[in-house]
Design a protein around this ligand. Structure first.
Ligand code: ZN
Ligand code: ZN
Length: 142
């Protein structure tokens, strides 16, 4: 069985485990850099108690799963990052709104930020659509 690397599109055998071009490591580094940049820009916000609490609520809302992987790629994957659907840099007043948050894996987070650069409205729409589906399937009326 073969796998395709999502980063460089190299086809490699499942038995190797990961892309021979070390893309797993590179992707992790890239997404960390991106996340760090976001965090650094809004240091005060990201270290606030309100944010840390809300992050937990968001993770629980999506059962710790990456929503984008689940509905966009049909893959069950653990999330790691709480992402602002409308970025903090654009609208600070939505920073602490649960409805503006989604739980994502590193990979999906990177993908979404890239998408957002090319089509903001479509990206927001798609995430909101996935949240709606999640709510229908798993919601407890949040
Ligand atoms: Zn690769
Ligand atoms: Zn983000």
């Amino acid at each position: 069985m073969n796998k395709i690397c999502p980063r460089c599109r190299t086809v490699y055998s499942y038995s190797i485990g990961q892309c021979p071009n070390e893309c797993t490591l590179k992707m992790k580094r890239e997404s960390n850099r991106l996340y760090d940049r976001e965090q650094r820009k809004n240091k005060e916000f990201y270290s606030s108690k309100e944010w840390r609490e809300l992050r937990k609520v968001c993770k629980e809302r999506f059962a710790g799963l990456c929503l984008w992987s689940l509905y966009k790629h049909n893959r069950i994957k653990k999330g790691r990052i709480t992402h602002h659907i409308v970025p903090l840099s654009e609208n600070k007043s939505k920073g602490l709104l649960l409805s503006n948050l989604v739980y994502l894996s590193d990979e999906a987070h990177r993908e979404i930020h890239k998408l957002y650069e090319t089509n903001q409205i479509q990206t927001i729409k798609e995430i909101k659509k996935f949240i709606k589906i999640w709510e229908i399937e798993h919601g407890r009326g949040v």
